[in-house]
Design a protein around this ligand. Structure first.
Ligand code: ADP
Ligand code: MG
Ligand code: MG
Length: 252
């Protein structure tokens, strides 16, 4: 589904990603961990195509198509979804109406007509039931006065409605409380399928008790220095990152 080769990227002229290689297949969940400032959010942003981040080398291949030159919205239309650490407030636009617009924008980009209203309502009903989102929430104004948990609920609802191929959830700095943690992990687990893939970026092992990853990668100073199974996350929880830093230093 996604192949990243020798990815280098800079922010404001400073190189942050220094040669990332990563391969993600449909049906897999990958966790990316690493100390603060190691480049996790940068990696997510570069994959999603955020414009502040300059890809200086390497390839990002989504289903056999090189997407490095595409704008963020074009990548989104091809099925790349990224959660927002700091979602914007849009007063006066309800969760439902925002979602309808997002779906129809995507369809337009794919050369399709608007989704018929009846089908849209059915889909909203199905997905909100799956995620246990109540009707009142759907008519709330987007992100206005949302609690941390409600922001997460909205994000996961977007993911459910848009049915992305690849979801990148950057939870690093969001300080998930237990309620938000439950919403994100239940949502992701319900939306996992053999046809999609999820990348969970997290500073904390705790989230990975709920969303069990197939692979764990450790990012250190802009490079993936270790990859393993979920046991790697447990080891990091117990021993921190220092042992990896030492090993990497010794390896030169
Ligand atoms: P992580 O998510 O692993 O904590 P980041 O990707 O946020 O790491 O940051 C990696 C490095 O890139 C840091 O040194 C950070 O200061 C820098 N950086 C990230 N985004 C920006 C930005 N928009 N402007 C300036 N520097 C940035
Ligand atoms: Mg950070
Ligand atoms: Mg981050």
């Amino acid at each position: 589904m996604l192949k990243i080769k020798n990815l280098h990227a800079s922010v404001e002229g400073k190189e942050i990603l220094k040669g990332i290689n990563l391969e993600i297949n449909a049906g897999e969940v990958h966790a990316i961990m690493g100390p603060n400032g190691s480049g996790k959010s940068t990696l997510a942003s570069v994959i999603a195509g955020k414009e502040e981040y300059e890809q200086t080398n390497g390839e990002i291949i989504l289903e056999n198509e090189e997407i490095s030159e595409l704008e963020a919205d074009e990548r989104a239309h091809k099925g790349v979804f990224m959660s927002f650490q700091y979602p914007v407030e849009i007063p006066g636009v309800s969760v439902t109406n925002f979602m309808k617009t997002a779906i129809n924008e995507t369809r337009k980009a794919q050369g399709l007509k608007d989704m018929p209203a009846k089908e849209m309502l059915k889909k909203i009903r199905e997905k909100s039931e799956l995620l246990e989102i109540d009707r009142k929430f759907l008519s709330r104004s987007l992100n206005e006065g949302f609690s941390g948990g409600e922001k997460k609920r909205n994000e996961i609802f977007q993911m459910a409605m848009l049915e992305p191929k690849l979801s990148i959830l950057d939870e690093t700095d969001s300080g998930l409380d237990i309620d938000a943690l439950r919403i994100v992990s239940n949502g992701v687990n319900k939306l996992r399928s053999k046809d999609n893939a999820v990348v969970v970026i997290t500073h904390y092992q705790r989230l990975l008790d709920y969303i069990v990853p197939d692979y764990v990668h450790v990012l250190l100073d802009g490079k993936i220095v270790r990859s393993g199974g979920k046991e790697l996350a447990h080891k990091l929880e117990e021993q921190g990152y220092d042992w990896i830093k030492e090993e990497v230093k010794v390896e030169g």
